[in-house]
Design a protein around this ligand. Structure first.
Ligand SMILES: [Mg+2]
Length: 235
């Protein structure tokens, strides 16, 4: 039976078209030039390798240049994220209707996650934010980062559903037994259990999870309301 829905943050809880990652990417390049002393050409070579090898640019910069994450993270998130994002009126309700405990697991900082979720009006829906400091900067898709989250939640992989835009993260989650949901504009599901264009459609996965015996029938959605205790309804 599922207990937790683990959400990625960037390009998952809001559309990739918002351009937040473009702004962060620009600041990462500027950081590598101004603070680390690399040329723009070197940054272009190093970043794909760092992604491959360490999961994030920060991981590579820490290992190979001794960069301090406490200096790097505020620098790369230092822009008005609110200017990029737009309110998604259906998002808060969609999350509320998903009958699982919700947490965030992001390769960004908790401070950035709090700014984004506060703007979107969903900050009170998540029981916990697991950020890059929590996993000691060894981030998704490293299996140990997922294991640390599972240990903290005191659950097994098969009790969790991971929702992410990055197929590599979903493959790592699936290898630990999690149900996976890819968020993105592509038609391919990248081998995940479900594929949605937007996280605000997350409730669409519920009927199949119920059919697979992974969720109890959902009284809040109304379909299975007969016989349930109506005082527990939220609407
Ligand atoms: Mg993401």
């Amino acid at each position: 039976m599922l207990r937790y829905a683990i959400f990625d943050l960037d390009d998952t809880l809001y559309s990739a078209e918002a351009g937040v990652m473009r702004r962060i990417t620009r600041l990462i390049t500027r950081y590598m030039v101004e603070r680390v002393g690399l040329t723009p050409e070197q940054t272009k070579e190093l970043r794909p390798r760092y992604w491959q090898q360490y999961g994030t640019t920060l991981g590579g910069l820490m290992q190979e240049f001794g960069v301090d994450p406490g200096d790097y993270l505020p620098y790369v998130h230092n822009f008005p994220v609110e200017e990029c994002l737009s309110m998604d009126p259906g998002l808060a309700q969609a999350l509320q209707l998903l009958p699982l405990e919700k947490v965030i697991f992001t390769n960004a900082s908790a401070a950035h996650a709090r700014r984004v979720t506060a703007f979107l009006g969903i900050e009170d829906q998540f029981r916990h934010i697991f950020d890059i400091a929590f996993v000691d900067y060894v981030s998704k898709p490293d299996p140990e980062s997922f294991r640390k989250v599972l240990r903290t939640l005191e659950v097994e992989g098969k009790q969790c559903m991971m929702i992410d835009d990055n197929p590599a993260n979903l493959r790592a989650a699936a290898a630990l037994g999690m149900i996976t949901v890819h968020i993105g504009p592509e038609h391919s599901n990248h081998g995940s259990d479900f594929a949605l264009r937007s996280v605000s459609q997350i409730h669409d996965v519920v009927p199949e999870l119920v059919a697979r015996g992974l969720l109890l029938p959902d009284p809040v959605a109304g379909e299975f309301a007969k016989g349930s205790d109506s005082s527990k309804k939220h609407d």
